[in-house]
Design a protein around this ligand. Structure first.
Ligand code: A3P
Length: 292
């Protein structure tokens, strides 16, 4: 199965959106200077990135909590490899918050100092696959694959943006000792957001009052993020996203895969993923029956 080269290109075994970055830029990131106070949010796409971007920005900035800072989420916690708004990352004030989908072996070397904090958010891959399927319709920069079965086969083969879900999580997990890293799952955030936020605060060494934590829980809810134009990504250029075809904050539930995958597709998914997934030190929740 070939990578769709109109939309994506591969660099060192990882696929990137062609129109948004170059191999030279990715190569240069290796030497991007890291500060101890930086925080990196790492995800495979559709695993709860913007949700955690919002949480991090709320933890660090009162102005986002009380709404006095009028800064879009993408500029609060910009993408390292996709510098869409051409920000000056080098001269940004500390603490710099970044999001990235990069695999462990392509991130800036300085991250291996063990001082800079890295948060990896994982989500059950069936929901990731379904979310990415809908996102591909909505994103102008990704190929739309109408037939879900064909899309799923591409996902299982790792022939989509960000390559293989399994490679991504296995790589970060196997190299966890090289980084100062906290692993979280989308599902644990869904089930108990306050506890997940406290876990993040604890990892970051941030002591916030109960009232502030409650305010973060509230501001990071799906309902509030959806209506806030700073956090719903509706400010993004129509050259990137076609809002007639979807939205970044789509359903936000555990187990939406059950609404799209047939039993046969789910079994096929298990067959390809099960063995390697069983070796991962994560417990995924697949069902929406415990959903909040
Ligand atoms: P769905 O498409 O399943 O709804 P990413 O930010 O990594 O691209 O992930 C997007 C997914 O996270 C989407 O999943 C989106 O709805 C979900 N999401 C975003 N904000 C959320 C929130 N506040 N609560 C729960 N899910 C959220």
């Amino acid at each position: 199965m070939e990578l769709s080269d109109k939309y994506l290109f591969e660099h060192k075994g990882f696929s990137f959106v062609r129109d948004l970055v170059t191999a030279e830029y990715i190569e240069a990131l290796e030497d991007f200077e890291i500060r101890d106070s930086d925080v990196f949010l790492v995800t495979y796409p559709k695993s709860g990135t913007i949700w955690t971007q919002q949480i991090l920005s709320l933890i660090y900035h009162e102005g986002h909590r009380d709404g006095t800072e009028n800064i879009d989420l993408i500029d609060r916690v910009p993408w390292l490899e996709y510098n869409i708004n051409h920000m000056d990352y080098v001269n940004r004030a500390s603490p710099r918050l970044f999001a990235t989908h990069l695999p462990y072996y392509l991130v800036p070397k300085g991250l291996r100092s063990g001082r800079t904090k890295v948060i990896y958010v994982a989500r059950n891959p069936k929901d990731v696959c379904v979310s990415l399927y809908y996102f591909s319709k909505f994103s102008v920069k990704l190929e739309e694959i109408e037939d879900f079965n064909s899309f799923m086969e591409r996902f299982l083969a790792g022939k989509l943006v960000a390559s293989s879900w399994l490679d991504h999580i296995e790589g970060w997990s196997a190299h966890r000792d090289d980084f100062n890293i906290l692993f979280l799952t989308y599902e644990e955030m869904k089930k108990d957001l306050k506890s997940a936020i406290l876990k993040i605060c604890n990892f970051l060494g941030k002591r916030l009052t109960d009232k502030v934590v409650d305010a973060i829980v509230d501001k990071a809810s799906m309902a509030n993020m959806r209506v806030d134009r700073r956090t719903n990504y509706k400010q993004m250029s129509p050259e990137l996203l076609d809002f007639s075809k979807g939205s970044f904050l789509r359903k936000g539930i555990i187990g939406d895969w059950k609404n799209l995958m047939t039993v046969a597709q789910s079994e096929r998914f298990d067959c390809v993923f099960k063995e390697r997934m069983e070796k991962l030190p994560f417990k995924f929740c697949w069902d929406n029956k415990d959903d909040l």
